[in-house]
Design a protein around this ligand. Sequence first.
Ligand code: UDX
Length: 442
Amino acid sequence: MKVAVVGAGYVGLVSAVCLAKIGHDVLCVDRDSSKVSTLRNGTVPFFEPQLENLLQDEVKAKRLAFDTDTTEATRASNVVIIAVGTPSNGEDASHNLSFIDMAVEDIAPGINSFKVIVVKSTVPAGTTRRLAASVRRLEPAADFEIASNPEFLREGSAIFDFMNPDRIVIGTETPRAHAALDELYHYFSERNCAFVRTGLESAELAKLASNGMLAARIAFINELAELCETVGANIQDVARSMGLDERIGPRFLNAGPGFGGSCFPKDTKALVALGKENKVPMRLAEAVVESNERTKLRMVQKIELVAGGSLGGMRIAVFGVTFKPDTDDMRDAPSIPILSRLLENGAILRIVDPQGQKKGKAHFPNALWFDDPYAAAAGTDLIIVLTEWTLFRTLDLPALAQSMNEPRIADLRNIYNPEALRKAGFAAVSQVGIANRDAGLQ
Ligand code: UDX
């Protein structure tokens, strides 16, 4: 099929590349002309494993091209996928739909024959129907159908997730729209992927609900982690026990410094806003938002405690600042409020992050940046682990401890075995949800 993808961010670009890979003829458009020229040169403007190589392959195979003109791209396509960003509105934390409205204004005049408009951006329930009305208002004679098709990919494993989806959710209301989406995703139906075919509002809500549920699991496990620390339990044992119950399952039960990223914080708040707008209280989602804020601040207290004194002038090595490994994304990363607080208290930060330096520098302009964790840790009084990059998992802990001025560690992702830390010579250890006496440490 001839497919236009509007928006070359994480979701748009990954979708464009993967749809090309499964054989469609894809034109990816973005208003940002400098981004488009970067993409035309075969460079991806953010870090996502495998994406750049795949993009280059698809461009070479002439299945993928880039442009800035959405109207022209619509004219040339059968299916137009909207994948622009829907950031948080400042005031009430609902989704800001201005980019999606702009996209529709550009798409409408390009409807020169039958088109199917597919909304992939995360939007509140009711938006897709409203967008269809906008197109009709702008171009009363336009022959088109609309569909909601949320995307569930994760940063850091986006290509794998797109190519191996747990499910494909398709919200349509007419046989024509249904048939077009079937053709678009034929590759996946041939491979027995689960499809959920539903109405527009259910498809839209499925995305917010999934992110809300996953965020709630993390908030729950993080609250339990605090309880574990207080009553002398171990969150990893508790989570394992929970996860072996098939009704619960083991994933997304890792305690840490709070969830971040471009989706969970924004979408839980948007769920609360959608509830308010419809006069349906979303009390659990509200609590999740609040709980996550508290978890991030609690990390500062844990750090102060393990530091054993004033942070003023203390040299601290920070392992990881991105909101998760395998991305350079800093959006809503827990590192931002946590490290900002340490900086306010006079700490000197020496940061290592395999991909986070470029975007991280804007948040922590006075920090020193290192490529090598050993160099960052040398002569410091404390290590803080904020992101569980593989690089940090395989370090020589005794060598690390020996190079420090005071071997102390706040492992806020629980990547190290507490016993191994003790043996390596770390005198003070803080982990999340692991009471010190579990590890035989003071
Ligand atoms: C998420 C959803 O997983 C994805 O389906 C949706 O399309 C977009 O939002 P993403 O934000 O890329 O994906 O990352 P994810 O792996 O879900 O992690 C989000 C945050 O939760 C990270 O800060 C991560 O560190 C945190 N997290 C995740 C935990 O603290 N504990 C866990 O067990 C899992």
